[in-house]
Design a protein. Structure first.
Length: 266
């Protein structure tokens, strides 16, 4: 098997079929190559973890799915990423619509300097997705989905910045859910949180996968093992191995994968 083109095993415990097909995808910043001919399929309504050492291209890959990397000068790509049968790089792709379909949660909580309520309704209001009279119901639904409603229902008009770090991150998840996405991208969503807040977010991820396709980048091997159905191991811009998380963590096919998972490097 060619290094960098890992076997595409079907994930266990996920809905049938692929939500995202990655086809020989490469990416570079100017002359610096970051990803090289990555090929695999991300299953629908499940959690896919992307692991690997710093600088291996994990976050670059994640931000390619909703084309956030377009904002970086001299960024260029090869190959393709196909979301539910359509290339995200196809001519005429509406980036606003794409980013509605593919929500993003970042490493550090980044609530807007607005009220809790206004954070959740920001996207739907801006994009005209929901009638004004239906916004309160949307806020409650999203906050319930993010396991935050009971904690904030009596202070929706207070600043979001007054919430704890863990609450802010769950609010950012609720904000992403407000656009009714198909896919949720999470880039190290727990790295700035304490263990209790991390547990809450992990429990939330497990619940959300029943409805959403989730792709999470994490350096935390225990977290990847706990929350994901399938795992991809990236190393030096290549996909070394991809398959069901249980197999990847118990009987990896590649020595590099085993060395990383067991902490011999990384």
């Amino acid at each position: 098997m060619k290094q960098g083109v890992a076997s595409s095993e079907k994930g266990e415990g996920t809905a049938a079929g692929a939500a995202i097909e990655v086809r020989g995808f490469s990416f570079a910043y100017g002359a610096r190559s970051v990803l090289r001919e990555v090929t695999f399929e991300i299953p629908r309504r499940g959690v896919t973890a992307i692991i690997g050492p710093s600088g291996c291209g994990k976050s670059t890959f994640l931000r390619s799915i909703n084309r956030l990397n377009d904002l970086i000068p001299e960024a260029r790509h090869g190959g393709d990423i196909v979301l539910e049968g359509r290339s995200v790089f196809g001519g005429g792709t509406d980036l606003v619509a794409l980013r509605q379909r593919v929500g993003m949660v970042f490493q550090r909580p980044n609530p807007f300097p607005k009220t809790i309520y206004d954070n959740v309704v920001y996207g739907p209001r801006l994009n005209g997705l929901v009638a004004r009279r239906d916004l309160p119901a949307l806020v409650e639904r999203c906050l319930r989905q993010a396991a935050l409603w009971d904690e904030v229902k009596d202070r929706l008009n207070q600043p979001a910045t007054g919430l704890s770090g863990g609450q802010q991150q769950r609010l950012c998840i609720a904000r992403a859910l407000g656009n009714d996405p198909e896919v949720l991208l999470m880039d190290e969503p727990c790295s700035a949180l304490d263990p209790i807040a991390t547990q809450r977010v992990e429990e939330l991820i497990f619940e959300l996968k029943a409805k959403y396709t989730i792709v999470i980048v994490t350096h935390n091997m225990q977290q990847a093992a706990r929350v994901s159905d399938v795992t991809g191991f990236f190393y030096k811009g290549e996909l070394v191995e991809f398959g069901p998380t249980e197999r990847i963590f118990t009987t990896p096919a590649h020595e590099q994968t085993e060395a990383y998972i067991t902490g011999r490097f990384g």
